[in-house]
Design a protein. Structure first.
Length: 224
């Protein structure tokens, strides 16, 4: 057990992580976004680098910064940008974790000029974004592929559904049951669920500690 947390268990491995929100433009000054801070993804990147991996961190807009010799940060804005950047690193990756809060939809068209107000109601037509994680699952070779799930009902059932549908090796369920868990905060309460539907549930912890737990679960299954 000692060697899981000490030493460099991911030396020579390539790890790809998506993080943060995506912003979907409405017009030159407006977007549809979400409150993801990017912190969970950044902590995963740090842990992987500390474990010896070569890390590619593809992140949507966030105030976080990271400065580590083994972490290559790729900044993106929209879901489409994130897909195109992340897929360039996918084939060569050993472990891929999609921690980004990708917008499910984007405006069907982006207005060229700032939209003027007029009527009392205003509708924006939306079209579905490509599911990056699902696409990765469909093209999986030897990557260990991990997704996240944030559910407000039937948590475990929905998470296992996503694991199967997206052809993942594991899914991290972000529990909403505890205050302090999830978006925005610095702590998280997770369950790690693998393809055998083995569920490992952890206490509420800092996202830095959660990142170590996640990589230890992955290393146990892939490299131990
Ligand atoms: N994800 C992704 N690309 C998308 C949407 C989601 O890569 N366009 C990834 C997220 O990074 C996360 C996982 O898919 O790892 C699950 O995201 P979630 O929003 O919980 O699930 P969805 O499949 O989008 O389903 P829904 O929002 O309807 O629950
Ligand atoms: Ca979604």
């Amino acid at each position: 057990k000692k060697q899981l947390t000490e030493g460099l268990p991911l030396l020579g491995k390539k790890v790809l992580i998506t993080a943060g929100p995506t912003y979907e433009a409405i017009d030159p000054v407006r977007f549809i976004g979400n409150h993801s801070s990017g912190l969970m993804g950044f902590e995963l990147a740090k842990t992987a680098a500390n474990f010896g991996a070569d890390v590619y961190l593809v992140t949507g807009p966030t105030h976080l910064t990271i400065n580590h010799d083994n972490i290559h940060v790729v900044k993106v804005v929209s879901a489409d940008d994130m897909y195109h950047s992340a897929q360039m690193y996918y084939d060569n990756s050993d472990i891929v974790i999609c921690a980004a809060a990708v917008a499910d939809y984007r405006p069907k068209s982006v207005a060229e000029q700032k939209i003027k107000k007029s009527d009392e109601t205003f509708n924006i037509a939306l079209v579905k974004n490509k599911d990056i994680l699902m696409t990765f699952g469909q093209h999986k070779k030897n990557q260990y592929l991990v997704g996240f799930a944030l559910e407000t009902e039937n948590e475990v059932e929905n998470a296992i559904g996503k694991l199967k549908r997206k052809n993942l090796d594991a899914i991290v369920l972000n529990s909403m049951q505890d205050k302090g868990a999830g978006f925005g905060g610095s702590t998280n309460k997770i369950s790690f669920i693998d393809t055998n539907s083995t569920i490992t549930t952890f206490e509420l912890k800092t996202k830095a500690e959660v990142a170590v737990d996640i990589f230890n679960e992955i290393i146990k299954r892939r490299y131990a």
